[in-house]
Design a binder for this molecule. Structure first.
Ligand code: GLN
Length: 534
């Protein structure tokens, strides 16, 4: 069949959940047996979000091929099990860079290079590059930002042109907001009407409207929206606030979103959707009564999105262990020897978060010492693993000023050091050790048992590494290197076997944990946290 292109745009306000709607639609189409991929266009000038701090843009997600990507790609993967790559995330920066490179090469010789047609052509080329592989029945393209943003204009113009060129093979799904005015006790559709007008003024007639709302929207109100916006009444769908984002596919299916997409694109149905595995997960989520309490020690505790993939991985693993996750954020900057007991004593397990820089680092050492002393299951991820090594060096090996050269370039015990290949790097963008690398696990170690195999592949994002010169001293003192890169010997996983579950990974297992395939190491961690529960 010809590839169908679905464009998801948003209006009225941001944060309505375009990523979740796009992921849910992808999930529904996949469940029906179609070949689907999903991509995100971000209208900012950064080449990628790798140089943005979490306050700006939440977590930076990493794809298998080492692209630092928008966190929506994390949702895409968690909902669909699709392995995204750099082709699934474009920014204005990359589009412009590519056009400017072509201009310098002389590809447009003699012509004035302009937003239309050159930038828009480049956007269109990017949109279609996945579809042109012939590997997909559906390409879902989410356009970041909201209609009316100056930044999104070239993207929306490209969508307008594509809709015109592709006819029935293109579909516009527009997500808007229907606010509830408490004082008036009324839902208001006017912002939606305005948003659709804005989209129509650009030349895009939406085919499907999804209305994000806190309250049930009565059918008469939906008909009114349909009438005002030139959309069929059955194509006005509501997206009610859900107790969990993982219910959204079901909610969309019940309102016929997937059917509608097939109908409007003239796609033949190839069978009934199979939601069995997904529903089983939802059932577990609904029926768990006992909880598991996990403390997440990090410095971005006030930001829900900063540790998105870790939160989701913990939640998925807890669900499969029939537990509700009670995630407690513990601010590493505020953690001291005098309050650590009070802050950590109720935890069944503790995660030491990834991160960069000095801020909040001492609190992570305080937490780690407490966890070791109390033998609480502890999971160090990336910087968290590096902190495990530093704390062990200071308090067990007796190397008082042990540190990472990231925090103290002059430390006399650089137990964590800049990787050799990083020493010549001066550019900050996209230059870390990124993406999937193999790791060989030691037989009998916790991770080897968890994965049930000795060679695994996980994703990375770091510049510093365990300093091999100290390996023997650590191992003699009880901290073992139980996972290494088979080619370079770089230490990927450490474990203290004398403790029940004390594991640190240089890699980020949270980037490879999905609803249908939770990451084995998170599963093992949660199991330990539960079994240790007194
Ligand atoms: N800052 C550390 C490094 O660059 C850890 C990075 C991380 O936690 N992602 O190696």
């Amino acid at each position: 069949m010809e590839t169908k292109y679905i464009f998801v745009t948003g209006g009225v306000v941001s944060s309505l959940g375009k990523g979740i709607i796009s992921s849910s639609l992808a999930r529904l189409l996949l469940s029906r047996g179609y070949r689907v991929t999903i991509q995100k266009f971000d209208p900012y000038i950064n080449i990628d979000p790798g140089t943005l701090n979490p306050y700006e843009h939440g977590e930076c997600y990493v794809t298998v091929d080492g692209h630092e990507a928008d966190l929506d790609l994390g949702h895409y993967e968690r909902f669909t099990d699709i392995k995204t790559t750099r082709a699934n995330n474009m920014t204005t920066g990359r589009i412009f860079q590519s056009v400017i490179d072509k201009e310098r090469r002389g590809d447009y010789l003699g012509k004035t290079v302009q937003i239309i047609p050159h930038i828009t052509d480049e956007i269109k080329r990017s949109v279609k590059s996945l579809g042109n592989t012939g590997k997909y029945d559906f390409v879902i393209t989410e356009i970041g930002g909201t209609v009316g943003d100056i930044e999104s204009t070239p993207f929306l113009e490209a969508v307008r042109q594509l809709k015109w060129e592709l006819g029935k093979n293109a579909l516009s799904v527009h997500l808007t907001y229907v606010p509830y005015l408490k004082a008036a006790k009324e839902l208001k559709t006017k912002p939606t009407q305005h948003s659709v007008k804005e989209l129509q003024a650009i030349g895009i007639q939406p085919d499907i409207l999804i209305l994000r709302t806190e309250k049930d929207i009565p059918p008469a109100m939906r008909r009114k929206v349909a009438q005002f916006c030139n959309v069929a009444p059955e194509a006005v769908i509501q997206s009610l606030d859900a107790p969990t984002i993982y219910k959204v596919p079901q909610m969309m299916h019940e309102q016929g979103l997937d059917n509608l997409v097939l109908q409007l694109t003239g796609t033949e149905s190839i069978g009934e959707p199979d939601h069995a595995a997904w529903n089983e997960f939802l059932h577990k989520l609904d029926t768990a009564t006992e909880t598991v309490t996990i403390g997440l020690v990090g410095k971005y505790v006030e930001l829900q999105d900063a540790y998105k993939s870790i939160n989701e991985s913990l939640m998925q693993a807890a669900t499969y262990c029939n537990r509700k996750l009670n995630l407690v954020y513990i601010h590493s900057e505020k953690l001291t020897n005098s309050n650590v007991d009070e802050k950590l004593k109720g935890m069944d397990g503790v995660v030491i978060a990834p991160g960069f820089g000095q801020r909040g680092i001492e609190g992570k050492f305080v937490a780690l010492k407490w966890c070791r002393d109390h033998d609480v299951p502890t999971f160090g991820i990336c910087l968290g693993m590096q902190c495990m090594v530093i704390e062990y060096a200071r308090n067990v090996l007796g190397l008082e000023d042990a540190n990472s050269t990231e925090m103290d370039p002059n430390t006399s015990h650089n137990v964590i050091d800049l990787m050799e290949e990083q020493k010549s790097v001066s550019n900050m963008g996209g230059t870390m050790r990124l993406g999937a690398y193999e790791c060989k696990l030691k037989k009998g170690s916790i991770p080897a048992k968890a994965y049930g195999k000795e060679i695994v592949s996980e994703r990375h994002r770091h510049r510093f590494e365990f300093n091999d010169d100290y390996r023997e001293r650590f191992e003699e003192a009880g901290l073992e290197c139980v996972g290494v890169n088979p080619e370079t010997g770089l230490v990927e996983v450490v474990q203290v076997p004398a403790l029940r579950w004390f594991v640190g990974t240089q890699y980020h297992p949270e980037y490879q944990s999905t609803v249908l395939n939770p990451n084995p190491l998170f599963m093992s961690f949660i199991r330990a946290a539960i079994s240790d529960k007194k």
